[in-house]
Design a protein around this ligand. Structure first.
Ligand code: HPA
Length: 234
């Protein structure tokens, strides 16, 4: 048991999927994994281990934002030996070339969070996906005939910003979308020498104001899950 995860040693697989929402973790366990067993419910952050195509895969919620995902991935890497962590989440598009429901593979993650400024003594670290996971996810998407966009995303600390135009500077420099966790996932994975990737679906659009319906989100989610699970067991 770690401070925030109730699993016993050996109960968490080396490959884990990380949605923000704990109920999404439960949904994935019930609908995509065979013989899934819950290993934690501390603070209602649910985690499960089961099999996908005969290989062990875990899935656990991370909560929202950098401080929350930071706690869970630290414990997953340090205390449970997780080797491969794949975030599956949603993001707000900041490029007109993207549409809602599109999928993004986050090659790198910029951030306005102070955590890395602090960690690196005022210097600027570049949180990056693990190449072989990124390449595998890309190959899986192409094999399945799915379109994905690869590039830089932005992990923000504030969902509700005072300046509604703030995102435009990131867009000007080519970032694709806003979310709230990936920069920390990539940084902590690097610290522990583990693999990490974020696969995101566009749920809302800051340029066009478009948002997805529940049904559209479900279709996009299913495609994202296929890529994430195949990448997890590859
Ligand atoms: N901002 C931050 N995080 C998000 C967004 C957004 O617009 N959409 C989905 N996650």
């Amino acid at each position: 048991m770690s401070i925030h995860i109730a699993a016993k040693s050996g109960e968490i697989a080396e490959a884990i999927l990380l949605p923000g929402d704990p109920l999404r973790a439960k949904f994935i366990a019930e609908n995509y994994l065979e013989n899934a067993k819950e290993y934690t419910s501390v603070r209602n952050i649910l985690g499960f281990t089961g099999n996908y195509k005969g290989k062990p895969v875990s899935v656990q919620g991370t909560g929202m934002g950098i401080p929350s995902i930071s706690i869970y991935i630290h414990e997953l890497f340090r205390d449970y030996g997780v080797k491969r962590a794949i975030r599956i989440g949603t993001a707000g598009a900041i490029q007109a070339s993207l549409k809602v429901r599109d999928m993004v593979l986050a090659m790198s993650a910029s951030s306005d969070s102070a955590v890395n400024t602090r960690r690196f003594g005022g210097h600027c670290y570049a949180p990056t996906a693990t190449w072989n996971l990124l390449k595998t996810a890309w190959d899986v998407a192409k094999t399945k005939g799915m379109d994905v966009t690869v590039g830089n995303i932005v992990s923000e600390d504030l969902f509700y910003t005072d300046d509604p135009e703030e995102w435009k500077i990131w867009a000007k420099y080519g970032s694709l979308a806003l979310e709230m966790e990936t920069a920390e996932l990539y940084t902590v994975a690097a610290k522990f020498g583990r693999e990490a990737l974020a696969i995101l679906t566009i749920s809302d659009h800051l340029v066009t104001g478009e948002i997805t319906t529940a049904e559209e989100r479900q279709t996009a989610f299913t495609r994202m899950m296929e890529i994430a699970l195949e990448t997890a067991i590859s």
